[in-house]
Design a protein around this ligand. Structure first.
Ligand SMILES: [Zn+2]
Length: 430
């Protein structure tokens, strides 16, 4: 169909707001102006409809800006004013930005993201938070390289992982940079930077390896601290080592669900996802320990465990990798007979290789059907401190696959394949 024409010669796609104050050129400039509720009109084929807007329009006083300071650790930044909108890079606690809009419980920050009002405190100021950056430097702490960006104020940031790059963007920031010291480093090959627009500085880390092992962002006062994780110190890789292949490597396993409140998916006989996830996770642990790994589990019994404590455990333990073990279900109207197979889920690009490898390995070596490899924004794939993947090993509600899921011999074979897949993946990314 033809797009409806907007009245008034407006060439953009934005409907014209026709409030009572048609002109504001004579309004005083220093105070907040309330323009009231807008009425939207739409004309198509000589027919006009109008509808009252749901919010008010006001012009904020430029002399009294509202500044948001992130109090959550971290603040969840989104592309729009509801949880339906995608997550952007979380904002470290202390980040400041000017508020340029509101919708319900949400506020819009000047660099484009939205955040819940409950995750910030509001301070008034007459100047927007902007910073100059003059230098950057790095230091090494056990297991990590920290890159320090001294700023005048904690500004919003985003990061992007590439194939062999890590890009950090600082908003509301202008460079006066003359020198950056960056000595040889286990992770970083070189750092280049650019003022990409008047208020945006972008730092691109060229990396020594295609595999990235995790990152953290925090404000230490007004200094942004970016931490990049070193590859795991695998002692079996040392010359003349007789150590087992995963020696020195910490792996976190997360058996999904648990406890009386959260059974996960339920199979045809009433058998529960939480039960088989725990059985298989323990078998995987045994296989990994046999290969020399140090294995940490989020639960070892049938206990209630919410997602936030599982995520906190990943952040505290800082394992080399984290794997969440699940079995899949379908909505009530799903096709239980024809839906089956192994699924892998990743969120940060650093977890993609591990998810893809394990999926392919199980499909090829156990002759399992493939459900697919998915980018997915899940609580257990979101931790950035390590490559975090979630495996859905099969469908509880598929009668044929269910037989395989509950068979103890097959569970043992599956655990061996997962552990061997992990071992071969580590060898492949060295
Ligand atoms: Zn599950």
């Amino acid at each position: 169909p033809n797009p409806p024409l907007l009245r008034g010669g407006n060439e953009s796609n934005v409907p014209l707001a026709r409030g009572e104050n048609e002109s504001n050129s004579s309004l005083p400039k220093k105070e907040k102006i309330d323009l009231g509720v807008p009425v939207f009109e739409l004309t198509m084929n000589d027919r006009t409809i109008s509808q009252q807007g749901t919010g008010k329009i006001s012009i904020l006083s430029p002399a009294e800006l509202e500044i948001a300071e992130v109090t959550a650790d971290p603040g969840v930044a989104r592309t729009g004013a509801s949880t339906d909108f995608s997550r952007m890079t979380p904002l470290p606690k202390g980040t400041r930005a000017t508020i340029i809009g509101r919708e319900g419980e949400w506020i819009r920050l000047d660099y484009g993201a939205w955040i819940k009002a409950s995750e910030v405190r509001i301070v008034k100021d007459s100047v927007p938070p902007r910073s100059i950056i003059r230098s950057a430097r790095s230091r090494q702490v056990p297991g990590w390289t920290e890159v320090l960006f001294p700023l005048e104020i904690p500004v919003p940031v985003t990061v992007q992982e590439g194939e062999r790059t890590f890009t950090l963007t600082l908003y509301n920031t202008t460079a006066q940079t003359d020198i950056i010291r960056l000595d040889d480093d286990p992770v970083i090959s070189s750092l280049v930077w650019q003022q990409t627009s008047p208020l945006q500085v972008q730092y691109t880390f060229n990396l020594k390896s295609a595999q990235q092992w995790g990152y953290k962002l925090r404000y230490d006062g007004t200094t942004l601290v970016l931490s990049l994780k070193h590859p795991p110190a695998n002692t079996s890789m040392m010359p003349n080592s007789s150590a087992k292949p995963l020696s020195g490597i910490k792996i976190l396993l997360d058996p999904g669900h648990g406890g009386p409140q959260d059974s996960g998916g339920v199979g045809p006989t009433g058998y529960r996802e939480k039960t088989v996830a725990l059985i298989v996770s323990k078998l995987v642990r045994e296989e990994l320990v046999n290969r020399g790994a140090n294995v940490v589990m989020t639960r070892v019994e049938d206990v209630d465990l919410d997602l936030p404590p599982r995520v906190e455990m990943i952040q505290k333990e800082e394992p080399a990798i984290a794997i969440s073990i699940h079995y899949n279900a379908l909505p009530d109207n799903g096709d239980a007979i024809n839906t089956k197979g192994v699924g892998a889920f990743w969120f940060h690009p650093q977890a993609h290789s591990l998810g893809m490898f394990l999926h392919n390995y199980l499909v090829a070596n156990l002759n399992r059907p493939s459900y697919g490899v998915f980018w997915n924004n899940l609580a257990m794939t979101r931790p950035a401190v390590t490559p975090s993947v979630l495996m859905e090993l099969g469908f509880m509600i598929n009668p044929e696959e269910f037989e395989w899921i509950v068979n103890p011999t097959e569970q043992q074979k599956l655990a061996e394949a997962i552990a061997q897949g992990i071992t071969e993946w580590f060898a492949s990314v060295k």
